[in-house]
Design a protein around this ligand. Sequence first.
Ligand SMILES: Cc1ncc(COP(=O)(O)O)c(C=O)c1O
Length: 445
Amino acid sequence: MSAFDLATLRRLDQAHHLHPFTDHRAMHQDGTHVVRRAKGCTLYDEDGRELLDGLAGLWCVNVGYGRDEIAEAVAAQMREVAYYPSFFDTTTEPAIRLAARLASRAPAHLQHTIFSNSGSEANETALKLIRAYWKLRGRSAKSKLLSRSFAYHGVGIATTSLTGLPTCTDPFDLPLPGFVHVPGPHAYGSGKSAEEYAAWCLAETEQAIAREGADTIAAMFVEPVQGAGGVIVPPPGHLAALRALCRRHEILFVADEVITGFGRLGAWFASVLWELEPDLLTTAKGITSGYLPLGATLVSDEIAAALEAGGYLAHGFTYTGHPATCAAALANLDILEREKLVERVRDDVGPRFQAALRKMAEHPLVAEARGFGLIGALELRRPPRGPRADAPPNALGLAAHVLAREEGVIVRGIRDAVALSPPLVVTHDEMDRMFAALTRALDRL
Ligand SMILES: Cc1ncc(COP(=O)(O)O)c(C=O)c1O
C-alpha cells in the first residue's frame, strides 16, 4: 500500500515529525519503528515482522485490529453526511443513537452525554461542566480539584494539573494552583499491606479536605484502576470509601473510565462493577476501540438538569458528536455486544490472564504481579548481575519493553514495571505466546 520505503519514512520522520511522549534523540538513533498493518492482536512492522500487541495500542483496541465492520460503518456514514456539528439546535443521527446507547450501559443515574475527541477533552469538559454547575448553584467558591498521585488524566493544562506523575507535570511547571494531590493506593515498596496503605490514603485525603476546606473543593477525579501510573488496583471497598467521603463533603466524584470503560475489567464500566455512583464519568479509548478519536463525558441527571436550566451551554468542540466517529463507536459496541467480549473478559480471558500474570511472579526478576480483568503489571527488580545490575531507578520497564519487542510482544514500560492490556479478543494461544515472549525478555534482562 505504501509508496515510501522504510529509509525514506525514517528520514522524513526525523526531519518533520515530533512524536508524543518520546525521547527523540534515542528514537532517531535506533530508527523509528513503523507499523504497516494490523489484524486481530497482531501488528506487522516495517520488515513484515509479526508482533503481538500486549497493550492494545494504548489500552484501547478492545475489539482488535482489522474490523471491516467498523470501517464500513464509517465509510457509509461519510457518504451519507461526513460531518455536521452538534452546535446550536442541530445534530446527526449517530450522535443521538450513541448518547442513548451509552445511557443504557452506564450507571442508572448517568443518562446524559456530551462528546469530545479524546480522554483529555472528556476530562477538560468535565472540569468545565463542574465549574458551571457550582456557579449555577451559587457556590463558585467550590473550585479546587482533588486527584491522586500516579493518576493520569490527560495532557491539557488542566488535565495535566490533575495528573499525579512528575514526569508529566514537572517539564511544564504544573500543576496550576488549585489542584490538590493526595496519595494514590500504590502500596508497593511502602512496607504496608494494600489495605493498610489504602486506609492511610483515605485518611490523608480526609485531612487534605479539612485543610483546604470542603467549601472550596469542587470535585475529585479518580481512575478506578490507575493505568498509566502503573496499573494500580485499589483493594476492595477503597473506592466506595473514597466516594462516600466525597459525598459527605459535597465534593463531586468523577470516575475517569478512559481505560476501564468498555470491558477492560470484565464489566461495561468499573463504576457499575464496583457501584461507585459517580457524579460524572469520563471515557474514550475503548468506546471506538481506537478506530477513530472520541471522548465522552457522562453526567448525572441532577447536573444535566442544572445545566439545562442554566441557559446557554457555551462549551463544545467543532467535532463534538462527529457523525463518523459516533458511527465507529456504534459499530464497535455492536461487536462488543454480539461477540460478548465483556463477558469473555469476566469469565474466560480475564481470569486466565490474571492467573498467567500471577505465575510470572515466580520469575526471579518479578517483585510483584498485579492487575484486574484484562489489565496487569509486573513490578521488576534489578538483576543481581549483568549489564542492568546497576540500572538507575525506573529504567527497568523501558529496558524490558525493548527486549520484549525483540522477542515479539509489545508491552509498556512504566518506571520499573511492565504493563499489559491486550485486546479483549486475545486467544488463549496468543496469551500464552505473549507471556512466553515476556519471560524470554526477562531472562535476558
Ligand atoms: C485514565 C486516562 N484518562 C485520560 C487519558 C487521556 O486520554 P487521551 O490520550 O485520549 O487524551 C488517558 C490516556 O491514556 C487515560 O489513561
